[in-house]
Design a binder for this molecule. Structure first.
Ligand code: FAD
Length: 415
């Protein structure tokens, strides 16, 4: 019998499989999709998850696939400079921050999982539909949505890594309903550029996350990711009117008029948007923090456990970090319900704070404050916001999401 069965071969499922295998446990992944294609746009990988990825030996491939970010720069929608926040090595971490294309990163991880654990370890066309905890194992049912073929697997524990619309979570919390929405929709695209803007390492935030907000960052030496969010309905948490679907196509003609007043003197914004290779549109959603993730021999990881808004760029990094505490818990308590319980206790409180911080726009809140105080721009930034207030917003956010340079730099390696 396999030690650990993972439902979902997203970033979280694949990294967790690599870590658990490295720690000496047997693992299998069952993925609903028939084929894992290069889906998605840009992802941010913060130093605290990069450390773990380096320990897995992925450094040189990450350098090939992604970009090492050195700073985030905030601008008003009139293109006025507001603040520059160092990132990764420039912020004093021993590990860089990366941005990369989600699909390319997933393929990199998939290749490693197959090479290191075994060609058959990821089973595609396996949609989890139900499970039953037994005294010594968990029994999990999968169906192939195309062929209708049904099979049941056994493992010591089940990890639900099946994303924001998780079936495992729905079984544990049947009354929870769809993801939650606060009235903001998002267009996302990637654009090829012959020459990257500025130093080719900079993330840019323009506008107001509570109104109209443009985020741009390179994900490789030739690809730039952009995301444009617009408030289309009043704030207030309610069920999303449509499910989160990363494949829903968007239209450039819908976006362009909405950012016609946004300017940057080093980047042609309309050209960036209209040269996109692909554009998607979907509503920004998350879910409320849960009172527990672990029930007996079953737990949740990644977006299934803690989906969050992208403000702060923490979602994927936190999903990766779940793997670390799972390894620590299993090393101490074996592949047991007690191990899963410890993982729950280690991770859930941290993630609760991250979800709530992202709902308040994370560090992007600075842009909201400035846009509301000076909607027509400013002569002197210090008349709109003091440097103490700026620093305080960043330092409160860092505390909320556990970004601590000294602590991370001293953390012992997992492997
Ligand atoms: C297609 C896609 C594109 C994305 N693109 C971006 C992006 O561009 N930028 C960004 O920041 N985030 C993106 N995300 C979300 C991002 O991957 C996550 O926020 C983060 O990486 C955590 O990943 P995860 O593995 O927990 O969840 P996900 O990446 O959502 O992976 C969940 C996996 O579980 C599988 N699955 C779902 N239900 C079942 C089931 N019942 N049985 C078995 N398998 C199941 C899914 O097919 C998927 O492969 C995308 C997600 C998806 C699915």
């Amino acid at each position: 019998m396999t030690d650990i069965l993972i439902a979902g071969a997203g970033i979280s499922g694949l990294v967790t499989a690599l870590c658990l295998h490295r720690a000496g446990f047997s693992v299998r992944i069952h993925e609903r999709a028939q084929k894992l294609e290069e889906a998605g746009f840009g992802l941010n990988l913060q130093p605290y998850c990069v450390k773990l990825l380096y320990e897995l030996g992925l450094e040189s491939e990450m350098n090939e696939v992604g970009i090492r970010n050195n700073k985030a720069v905030l601008y008003s929608r009139h293109g006025q400079f507001i603040h520059q926040d160092p990132r990764g090595l420039d912020a004093g971490y021993k590990w860089p921050m990366y941005s990369m294309h989600r699909g390319r990163f997933q393929q990199l991880l998939l290749r490693h999982v197959r090479e290191e654990i075994g060609a058959e370890v990821v089973r595609l066309g396996q949609k989890l539909v139900s499970f039953r905890s037994q005294p010594h194992y968990v029994e999990v049912d999968f169906v192939n949505s195309i062929t209708g073929e049904f099979n049941t697997e056994r493992a010591k524990v089940l990890l639900g890594a099946d994303g924001i619309n998780s079936t495992v979570r729905k079984i544990l919390y049947p009354d929870e309903g769809p993801p939650l929405w606060q009235g903001i929709t998002m267009w996302r695209g990637v654009t090829c550029m012959d020459k990257l803007y500025l130093d080719g390492r900079t993330m840019i935030f323009v506008g107001n996350p509570d109104d109209r907000n443009l985020i741009v960052y390179p994900v490789s030496e030739e690809l730039v990711n952009w995301a444009f969010t617009v408030r289309i309905e009043e704030p207030g948490i309610r069920p999303a009117p449509m499910t989160t679907d990363w494949h829903h196509l968007g239209h450039i003609e819908d976006v362009l008029p909405l950012l016609s007043d946004m300017k940057l003197d080093f980047l042609d914004i309309p050209n960036l948007i209209s040269s996109s290779i692909i554009v998607n549109q979907f509503h920004l959603t998350d879910r409320d923090p849960l009172p527990r993730w672990t029930y007996d021999r079953v737990t949740l990881i990644g977006d299934a456990a803690h989906p969050m808004y992208p403000h702060g760029g923490n979602g994927c990094s936190q999903a990766i970090l779940d793997a670390r505490d799972l390894v620590l818990a299993f090393r101490a308590h074996g592949i047991t319900p007690a191990g899963l319980e410890i993982y729950d206790q280690l991770r859930r409180p941290v993630l609760k704070d991250s979800i709530l911080a992202a709902r308040e726009f994370g560090p992007d809140k600075i842009l909201k404050i400035i846009d509301e105080r000076a909607p027509f721009g400013f002569q002197n930034l210090s008349e709109v916001i003091s440097s103490e207030e700026l620093d305080k917003i960043f330092s409160v956010y860092r505390k909320q999401v556990n970004w601590n340079v000294e602590k991370l730099n001293q953390e012992l390696p997992l492997f």
